[in-house]
Design a protein. Sequence first.
Length: 317
Amino acid sequence: MASPERGVMRVGRSLDDSTRTGPPIRLQSSLEAPIMAIGVFDSGVGGLTVHRKLVDRFPQADFVYLADQAHAPYGGLGGEEIVDLTRTGCRRLFEAGADVVVLACNTASAIALRRLQQTWLPEYRREVDRALNVLGIIVPTIEAATGRGWDQGPPLDGKIEKLEVLGVFCTAATAMSQVYEIEVQKRREDLAAFSEPCPGLAGLIELGAPVEELKVVVGDHVDALRRRIGRYPDKAILGCTHYEIVAPLFEAALPEGTTLIHQPSATADALERYFGRHGEYDLGTAGRREFLTTGTPGRQSDLVSQFWGEPVTFEAA
């Protein structure tokens, strides 16, 4: 297995084993009743795409969102730094009352999730004496793309009548991990995954770059994948949650009829199944919405507001 810096196979276990409303979520004191919530973590605003779907799916639940904008984007960072930053973010969300933290960041899910689940979370659970978990978004995405459960291998007949191509547009760190290529191959021998790193794209989206500028960058990456593999993909995954904000630009750059696998919907479906089997997690009932950042607090870009449906303002974490 590769070193953490290369980040191979840090996916973790399957999920299957609106601005703020109501009073804000506060850090609890030892004398207060615990505040329960679903935590959502990303390096920046991209995770809001997953957060939006989760809010729609669990409207009564309490949510706290944390964007590590002080260190965004994660795609160009080293493996150990990604692990450390993700651990710090998860701890902050647990302190804010989250029972379950969803890593709405492909880079964190690919590089840090397995490490945190195996080496940090068990001890932290004992320390705080709470049922806690950290979940990622790559597993549900692969399940949606392959039509196979996380514990399922390829069909037993082994017949390959037609080879389909799956394009994965992602950060450099996620591409280096080869997680999509490896995990798709385990489940579908008739589906070949190819990752196309898109360095700088997440940063442009984070900064609210003009749509025309983003359109050119997206088109260049789609064309780069086409030239590298000799054809357009049959299916595509936007393997960075920032990219979902500009999904229409990818749809326009890809041939008509290309199936786009949407991570937010796949994650919401998987999380609903997970909570259906794990009643030990209290999701809250007040419909609280809190948005925190390690960066500069304030209103986010118009691009973010447009996809969210109303202005989004982050508070200091």
